[in-house]
Design a protein around this ligand. Structure first.
Ligand code: UT7
Length: 409
């Protein structure tokens, strides 16, 4: 029997490392387009100012039937299709959002239910426009640590619902949409190589949406600082300065952490806040602006959704190839900012074919999910009624109590 050489062979076999690769992607944006001219019909602004200061020409606005969860669900379905996996293969669903359906339950839990992803944990993550990179980092770390195998990471927003449409300094900037990726464990080297997450809470008053736990929710104090509950406010010029200060540094740090040089980056997929921020970062990093993916002209700022939407469009436009190094960078409320380097390592979309049988199985799961949820709610209602009507000693007093309550209403 061969003896172990203690100098070269460890006492216990070391498992080969696990990498976290993007294997599926999808996006969903509302059909309703709002142009700069449309906005100038109700606030004092104009197309020329908006294009010159931001690069934005139009944005998408959710219809009454659309919400953060429905957009997330659509983007998720497309991502599962490309990855060609079943919802039951998912271990984790994270939705990065600043416009969740509820404070709780999470938007991710709704998506989990609608997808019929019965083996997945689900939660929302709040890091404003950096949220998608934060969420992707959490999922990649869980995969590399071996605690999960497959994660669905979504950025989804209905910013139109939290805008003050009288405030021309913010309402021109934002739009609605969702983007999703499937992240999966693989022994193939590459995938998520590095991430740098940062926060500076001292800037919390520069960009915010006050919610129920806020001091602003106190009636006696409300209005003292002029902020409305559930409406976004921003000190644009300060956020602009912050963004132009951190974006290049953040990309630089993540690149070094991945053992690379900025010149190795093939494509930067930044948060789409303002085209001038991208120009500034490109200049400081000495990267050609053409290596910055931008679709801010068509969607505006979709907060946590902007990076996955831009990623989807970059793939569609064939701007990402096998082994390319991609830099993601997010920045926004918190203040927060985050960068990530990914080495692309899966087939291009044309090679990625969703098998017919899996597609049918997914459709069956989506269909049964709808019925399962509905029938559960129904059963709960029937049980409640049955309990109420159950002939027990206390039935008559209970009925009388009900009549009393109805009278009070
Ligand atoms: O996603 C989170 C991260 N968000 C960002 O990164 C956004 C960062 N900020 C920005 O992109 C820019 O600060 C804005 C686009 C929001 C504003 O551009 P700016 O060049 O910083 O303009 P400003 O706020 O300094 O305003 C300049 C002028 C002001 O008029 P006065 O005071 O100079 O007379 C504003 O009242 O432009 C005026 N203004 C407008 N004029 C026409 C502000 N908004 C508008 C508007 N149309 N919509």
């Amino acid at each position: 029997m061969a003896m172990r050489n203690p100098k070269t062979e460890p006492e216990y076999p070391i498992a080969s490392p696990t990498y976290a690769h993007v294997v599926g992607w999808g996006m969903a944006v509302p059909e309703n387009v709002m142009t700069n001219d449309d906005i100038s019909a109700f606030v004092e602004t104009n197309d020329e100012w908006i294009v010159a200061r931001t690069g934005i020409k139009e944005r998408r606005i959710a219809s009454e039937d659309e919400s953060t969860a429905t957009l997330a669900y659509k983007a998720a379905q497309r991502a599962l299709e490309i990855a060609d996996i079943l919802p039951i293969d998912l271990d984790l669903i994270v939705v990065a959002t600043s416009t969740p359906e509820n404070i709780f339950p999470s938007t991710a839990s709704l998506v989990q239910d609608w997808l019929n992803a019965s083996h997945a944990g689900a939660f929302d993550l709040s890091a404003a426009c950096s949220g998608f990179v934060y969420a992707l980092n959490m999922a990649a770390d869980s995969i590399r640590a071996g605690s999960i195998t497959t994660a669905l990471v979504i950025g989804s927003e209905t910013m139109s619902r939290i805008l003050d449409w009288q405030d021309r300094s913010t309402c021109i900037l934002f739009g609605d949409g969702a983007g999703a990726v499937v992240l999966q464990a693989s022994k193939v080297e590459g995938g998520v190589l590095s991430s740098v997450l940062r926060s500076d809470g001292a800037g919390c008053d520069l960009l915010a949406i006050p919610s129920v736990g806020s001091i602003d929710a106190d009636e006696s104090r409300a209005g003292s600082n002029g902020h409305q509950l559930f409406k976004m406010y921003m000190v644009g010029s300060e956020v602009f300065k912050f963004a132009t200060r951190v974006v290049n540094d953040s990309i630089d740090q993540a690149t070094k952490l991945a053992g690379l040089d900025v010149s190795d980056i093939d494509l930067v997929i930044p948060h789409q806040a303002n085209y001038r921020i991208l120009q500034s970062a490109a200049r400081k990093l000495k990267i050609d602006i053409n290596k910055f993916m931008s679709n801010v002209d068509r969607y505006g700022n979709t907060s946590a959704a902007s990076i996955p939407i831009a990623l989807c469009e970059a793939i569609e436009q064939k701007r990402i190839h096998d082994k390319d190094h991609i830099a993601l960078v997010g920045f926004g409320g918190g203040l927060t900012w985050a960068s990530m380097i990914i080495q692309w390592g899966i087939p291009e979309p044309s090679q990625q074919q969703s098998s017919l049988i899996n597609r049918q199985r997914r459709n069956i799961l989506y269909y049964t999910a709808k019925w399962r949820s509905r029938s559960r709610r129904w059963r709960r209602r029937v049980n409640k009624t049955m309990e109420y009507l159950r002939p027990k000693r206390g039935r008559v007093p209970r009925l009388l109590r009900k009549v009393d309550e109805d009278d009070r209403l």
